[in-house]
Design a protein around this ligand. Structure first.
Ligand code: TYD
Length: 138
């Protein structure tokens, strides 16, 4: 479970419905510089398949469900997101893949920096090389 770090957001509700506030640098452990969301994901698609050098992200499935595979090079965990009051932290140097999206899934991602292709590690062999180097120092 060490790879799966979740945040629970306060779900405010009354007879009108529900509302979830997400405050940067408070419940979310970083500032927000970017927000993006995935929706209308085609059946059977696997997305992500990369890691980041520095980026911190939090993913919330605000509607429907999807699964995440997280892999730090030494262990792998799979977790289902299906709760709009809960976020999964995606930390730097964690290979992640998203799959099994429900037809109605809307996956919201909060990121602490702007889009920067040079921060991506898209080749699995390169990721393995980098985490191998990291672990070999100890
Ligand atoms: P991509 O990185 O392929 O998505 P994923 O790895 O999550 O499956 O992104 C799809 C396209 O969107 C690609 O052309 C890059 C672009 N993009 C942005 O312009 N800004 C962003 O913040 C993100 C995440 C992607």
């Amino acid at each position: 479970m060490a790879l799966i770090k979740k945040l629970s957001f306060p779900v405010r509700g009354d007879h009108r419905g529900l509302l979830v506030p997400i405050e940067a640098n408070q419940i979310l452990p970083f500032q927000i510089r970017r927000v993006y969301y995935l929706f209308k994901t085609s059946k059977g698609v696997r997305r992500g398949l990369h890691a980041h050098h520095k980026l911190h992200q939090a993913a919330v499935c605000i509607q429907g469900s999807c699964k995440f595979l997280l892999d730090d090079g030494s262990e792998q965990e799979i977790v289902q997101l299906d709760n709009p009051g809960e976020a999964l932290l995606i930390e730097p140097m964690v290979w992640h893949e998203m799959f099994d999206f429900s037809d109605d899934a809307v996956l919201l991602v909060l990121a602490d920096d702007h889009y920067d292709e040079s921060d991506y590690i898209r080749a699995r062999a390169e990721f393995d090389r980098l985490v191998g180097l990291k672990f070999s120092r100890f």
